[in-house]
Write a new protein. Sequence first.
Length: 125
Amino acid sequence: MQEPIAILYQTALREIGVELELKKVPAATFYNAVSERKQPMIFYVDSPWCPDVGYSMTLYFNSDSFVNYSNYKNDEVDKLIKDTSHTNDQKARLEMMTKAQDIVMFRGAWVFISYPAITSRAAPT
């Protein structure tokens, strides 16, 4: 799925004068590149295993998280994530995570270019 999306992205960038070199690599090499955090850009499809915004933000945007592949660091976001993990008040958690997400989106740690809407569903019976 990443390959056709990457080609579309490359084509769109070329239209505005930006050349993007695509490097197709085997899965093992790809995941090494992701965990080493040395590539300037990676097309990556991922989602958290638990549908909780606090969990998701902790994985991807807590500066101490191994899964923080973009090396994002923001003290306010870290504090909001920590505060969210210390309360069961769902309204407060959602308010804190909405603020954290606003900060992350404004700072541009990631560029969300597509949502392929792939979900796992049980086969009809």
